[in-house]
Design a protein around this ligand. Structure first.
Ligand code: DQA
Length: 145
């Protein structure tokens, strides 16, 4: 199986960005973890990050017919982007939503996720480990487990 790990705005600053909230692991380290884990479970993993809503939408469109699924941390667009939600609905690829922080333990405006409406499921609050768990979940989903 092939999976796209897609990260949205400000996640390029992971490791230095509000470490008390998001930890000290960099995005490069998260990517490496995903690649390694992907290999160990027989998944080919590629990664893309953008701070731009349109670029994320383009990446979702481009994944259609190429990738088997997407692990998505849409950052703050999670809480605002109907366009990202529609893009996911349009490509009919399974999406596992990930958040490093526990969005339900934070501000009210982080409690609503447009992505959750079209995602297979969501993992939040477990830090970088969430991406690894999401890959496992995507693989199980693709295998019909
Ligand atoms: C986040 C949570 C969002 O509310 C926030 O805007 C982010 C990161 C997370 O991974 O915890 O940028 O998606």
């Amino acid at each position: 199986h092939k999976a796209l790990i897609l990260n949205g705005p400000n996640l390029n600053l992971l490791g230095t960005r509000q470490p008390e909230v998001y930890g000290s692991t960099t995005l490069q380290m998260v990517e490496d973890m995903c690649l390694d884990h992907g290999k160990s479970i027989g998944m080919e993993v590629i990664h893309f990050q953008s701070n731009h809503e349109g670029a994320l939408i383009d990446a979702i469109h481009a994944a259609k017919g190429v990738q088997d699924g997407i692990v998505l941390n849409a950052g703050a667009y999670t809480h605002s982007s109907i366009a990202l939600m529609d893009a996911i609905a349009s490509v009919e690829l399974p999406v596992i939503e990930v958040h490093l922080s526990n969005i339900h333990a934070r501000e009210e405006f982080r409690h609503r996720s447009y992505i959750s409406r079209v995602a297979v499921g969501m993992i939040c609050g477990l830090g970088p480990q969430g991406y690894v768990l999401a890959l496992d979940a995507l693989r199980s989903h693709l295998q019909g487990e």
